[in-house]
Design a protein around this ligand. Sequence first.
Ligand code: BG6
Length: 498
Amino acid sequence: MVEPCTFVIFGATGNLARNKLLPALYHLESAGRLPAELKIAGFARRDWSDEHYRKAVEEYLEPHARNGLDREVFERFARRLCYFQGDLHEPDSYRDLASFLEERPLPANRIFYLAIRPAEFGDVSSHLASVGLNQEEKGWSRMVIEKPFGYDLESAHILEQQLHRNFREEQLFRIDHYLGKGTVQNVLVFRFANLMMEPLWNRNFIDHVQITHAESQGIEKRADYYDGAGALRDMMQSHLLQMLTLVAMEPPARLDAESLRDEKVKVLKSIRPIPPNAVHAQAFRAQYKNGVIDGQSVASYLDEEGVAPNSTTETYAALKLYIDNWRWRNVPFYIRTGKRMKRNTSMICIRFKHPPQQLFRETQLEQIKPNWLVLGIQPDECLRAELQVKVPGLEMRTRTTTLDASTCGIPQMKLDAYEALLLDVIEGDSSLFLRYDEVEWAWTVVDPILKVWSTEREYIHTYSAGGWGPEAANRLFDRDDQYWRNSINDEGETGEGE
Ligand code: BG6
């Protein structure tokens, strides 16, 4: 049974709360998934009453509610909401918060969701502990934090020590919202609920793996955070490496949180370290110039509000990684992400090797195309296998045909990743949250690259907004016949280039 609890949101009027957390909780309300006794307490600085906060939440929800805001559902939801005025940096605020939670009274099981700047995680956790809100005598206490967990390996370690001074690992829920996406979870189901692929899922049959996350949006007024982070920290260290672990991991002994995370950590540990002198061969970065997306002119990164005029922060990053284990040795994993690209698309593409014998060499067949398996993550949720078949007629010609899982092209039930993950926090299931060693090993992978790039502050490659990124990124490929796939449909939209 799901227990009653109080969901405290730090940063209750901020972007994350408005755009993700409150809409997700509202949709869970609408689906009847919230425990009857769950209360939501917003913590923020403004001098507001409960009533005022409820009105504000109504406004936040308007643009996000699927099929419009349902009055009846919202009335139910609003009854759960209350507001606490406090200052994150003020020790007194935490004392008052503890009394507020106690005296209202609100359920003694508590979730503290830190929808605030990562730089404040450590201090807020210490303040909470100083008034006993980390204690679990009367009910459980969980703390949820969002990436980035630290800025590099060393700072991640310092943050961790600070958090662990007051909270046990089981109390900490580190969110990577990619793991809440149904299509990302589908990678596990596809691999481990089907026997067919398993014999092929290794170095003997797979030529390489590509993971792409492209966005047409720019940095959306987040220069404050993004200019100090860049694509490698923002997307690679977290979401893309997580996807890579799901593609590459061994079957876990069981589907519980620890078994799953143990296997993911093994993958991260097996990634071949990139020495400083190999960074250029294995990592590429670039920044967008102005360009045109969907017929609209868009500004260059350097012209975005709040970006330093001489910034060399990357908005595009691509890596070639090798996983040194029996299954994957010498199979390149190409992963890339970019802002202001031609289209939003996230997908995992697996290219198989050529058959060992060119049986059709004497016929009119030119080079036979290899098989691909494409897992569309978003916006097209799709599972597609590409196979070669004979073109009807007297000649021995081939063409590519596709086997699509029935989800291809069919609008999916829209479920935001946060809905699944918030429910998991409420239910205490941490399988889809990161354990510290995952974070640490992911930093270990990217840290050497960050170090080299941080010394190269004079120059960065550029690419036109609205393209598929810089052509020079092709230098990561091992061979000439490897190329980036930019779309689920291979035809016509291959390769890099502006
Ligand atoms: C966030 C990054 O974690 O993920 C953003 O900070 C990025 O820069 C976003 O745009 C992408 O998430 P999604 O769910 O829109 O693919």
